[in-house]
Ligand binder design. Structure first.
Ligand SMILES: [Zn+2]
Length: 404
């Protein structure tokens, strides 16, 4: 069994040297990489750790096997973007609670299973690094599952076991809402004094240890700072932040401060950069609020139909205005580069949060646009090796470290 980060990299080299030659015409230039030994041109291993299409697809009923005109993900655009694997987020809001949240999680997993059944040979569900590498070798798109929000396990360890058996590779301990065992970033920042406890309580620590035992990665995106610190003190395995960006560049509570990032790196963990305009650009929030205020009535009429995705719909209606609010791609790249300089390329990855937000930087319209990230990093002089770590090597390493 491969255990260290360095042998993890060797494993990737093995993948490249054993993968069959590809039809390079179907991939954009920066989705390729050259194998050092054989000189064969192969698609780069690229994984994104956070996509919310399963939740939005339940409303739209889109067939994700076919090219869609809306949303950020489908299998056609995934192939165009050279995406090798996707961790699909299973999520429901805080209006789901005991008796309904776990059932909703299972419905979303059912819909992913159905998508896989409808696309035999093209797509496969993977549970671990070995299966992930195998899928890549066979050039099959790999689907993984991340459950976003501890409320979805309804305080039950057997529900965690059940979700792990169905493919959950990480559990995001909280969403914006705290659970009875962990406090969220939102609650720790806006209603700290009202919380019955701060951070992880004993049940929370028990859940982290249980996830460690199962080999399910602990995800600290969305958790409060106290929970973050308690997780690092409790977890015996490297943890991840599946979709978070840099607080120093944009002081949003969902982004991670430098001290947190350094602690995460010390733990052997990885932060996967979130593309949401509101986390990337410090000027976005104010512009967004002004836009929503100007269209308040319309937004209210869209809410009953589109629920959590009403803002996305409003953006579709006022496309020009939405376009003007998007930050430049360079601002997103700055977050990646900042992280690499602060904690090293071994601790950085991509978790775009596509289909979970209403706005992304210019040029980042869908999963077909990942090659632009690779091209920008190449332009900054990043080595092939470091780009490979960011696009997939680090995820493989942390996944293996959790499963061992
Ligand atoms: Zn999220």
């Amino acid at each position: 069994m491969i255990k260290s980060f360095f042998t993890g990299c060797l494993s990737l080299v093995f993948i490249y040297s054993s993968a069959p030659a590809q039809d390079t015409t179907s991939y954009p230039v920066s989705a390729y990489r050259k194998n050092r030994n054989t000189k064969a041109v192969l698609p780069r291993f690229f994984i994104d750790t956070h996509n919310d299409i399963l939740s939005s697809q339940q409303l739209s009923d889109a067939d994700l096997g076919k090219l869609q005109q809306t949303g950020n993900f489908d299998l056609v655009r995934a192939r165009r973007g050279g995406l090798s694997a996707q961790v699909f987020s299973v999520w429901c809001g805080e209006d789901y609670g005991k008796g309904s949240a776990f059932a909703q999680a299972n419905r979303e997993i059912d819909s992913l299973y159905a998508l896989i059944r409808r696309n035999p040979g093209k797509m496969v569900l993977v549970h671990n690094a070995w299966q992930l590498e195998n899928a890549y070798r066979q050039q099959r798109f790999a689907a993984m599952i991340g459950v976003e929000g501890g409320h979805m396990v309804e305080d039950r360890l057997d529900y965690i076991d059940s979700l792990a058996a169905r493919g959950m590779c990480y559990l995001t301990l909280t969403w914006n809402n705290s659970t009875s065992w962990a406090t969220s970033a939102r609650d720790e920042s806006i209603q700290k004094e009202k919380l019955p406890f701060l951070g992880l309580n004993e049940q929370g620590k028990k859940i982290v240890r249980h996830l460690n035992e199962l080999g399910v990665m602990v995800d600290v995106s969305h958790v409060g700072e106290q929970t973050f610190n308690d997780v690092l003190a409790t977890s015996t395995k490297p943890v991840i932040a599946s979709h978070s960006s840099v607080y120093s560049l944009n002081p949003h509570r969902r982004n991670l401060k430098d001290a947190q990032l350094k602690a995460l790196a010390k733990n052997g963990g990885v932060v996967f950069v979130n593309f949401y305009s509101g986390f990337i650009d410090p000027a976005y929030e104010e512009k967004e609020q002004a836009f929503l205020a100007a269209h308040r009535k319309e937004l209210d009429s869209l809410r009953p139909i589109y629920k959590d995705f009403a803002e996305d719909q409003l953006n579709r209606i006022y496309k020009k205005e939405a376009e003007l609010r998007r930050p430049p791609l360079s601002m997103l790249i700055k977050h990646i580069d900042y992280l690499v300089k602060l904690i090293g390329p071994e601790h950085v990855g991509i978790g775009a949060d596509f289909d979970g937000s209403e706005s992304y930087p210019k040029g980042m319209d869908s999963v077909a646009d990942y090659p632009k990230i690779v091209a920008a990093l190449e332009k900054l002089g990043y080595s092939q090796k470091n780009i490979d770590l960011i696009t997939g090597g680090n995820f493989l390493r942390v996944l293996k470290a959790n499963k061992d």
